[in-house]
Design a protein around this ligand. Structure first.
Ligand code: GN1
Ligand code: CA
Ligand code: CA
Length: 194
């Protein structure tokens, strides 16, 4: 019994990593995306992390790209994620840190409001509203999403992406556990009937 519980636990632990393969490739934009490592950061540190990886905080160019992010690991459970939009240079004039023009916005109702006169950077999934944007102080703590530049990314060829080795190992050991359990039962059956 302990064995099947262990096998189930291992399978369960392996599943989340399997469902959302990051870095993730978006065929519509031709870009790779990933979560900036290190958990919560202020906006500048999140952008520095994205630059270190070879990109910028994500530029959301249209509704399809916004939806793709929600569908590929940056939706549920609706953490606040930094995007590249900010009005650090000129209050009220929002620009993408990548330098791309602003062609789409997805503000939550009443945003951006520069609350307290001190909100120059933007998170998505504000208030657990899927994808919706809010301007917050630049020293707010959130997780960054990096969008790699051009066709660049951490993995050379999108068509050859496979689950991460650690995930395969976890899934594999779960299966071995289950097979082992089945064999034990068979042996016990044979022993008791013979
Ligand atoms: C938050 O806490 P409050 O109400 O001053 C939020 C603002 C939003 C506002 C919307 C730091 O401001 O960005 O516009 O709610 N501030 C922070 O009601 O999260
Ligand atoms: Ca983009
Ligand atoms: Ca705000």
């Amino acid at each position: 019994m302990a064995r099947i519980l262990l096998a189930a636990l291992i399978l369960f632990l392996g599943l989340p990593a399997y469902s959302y393969a990051v870095p993730a490739y978006n065929p519509a934009t031709g870009h790779w995306y990933d979560t900036v490592p290190g958990g919560l950061h202020n906006w500048a540190d999140a952008e520095a992390g994205a630059v270190a990886l070879g990109g910028h905080l994500v530029t959301i160019n249209d509704a399809a790209e916004q939806q793709w992010l929600l569908d590929n690991g940056w939706g549920a459970p609706f953490f606040n994620y930094w995007v590249g939009l900010n009005d650090i240079v000129t209050e009220g004039t929002f620009v993408w840190v990548s330098g791309e023009p602003v062609t789409y916005t997805n503000w939550a109702g009443g945003e951006p409001n520069n609350s307290g006169g001190n909100e120059d950077a933007v998170v998505m999934n504000w208030n657990s509203w899927p994808g919706l944007w809010n301007d917050v102080p630049v020293d707010f703590a959130a997780t960054g999403i990096v969008e790699y530049l051009g066709a660049g990314g951490p993995v050379p060829d999108p068509s050859t992406t496979v689950p991460e080795p650690s995930t395969m190992l976890l899934l594999g050991s779960g299966l071995v556990g289950i097979i082992g359990f089945g064999r034990n039962r068979l042996f016990r059956k044979a022993a008791s009937s013979g």
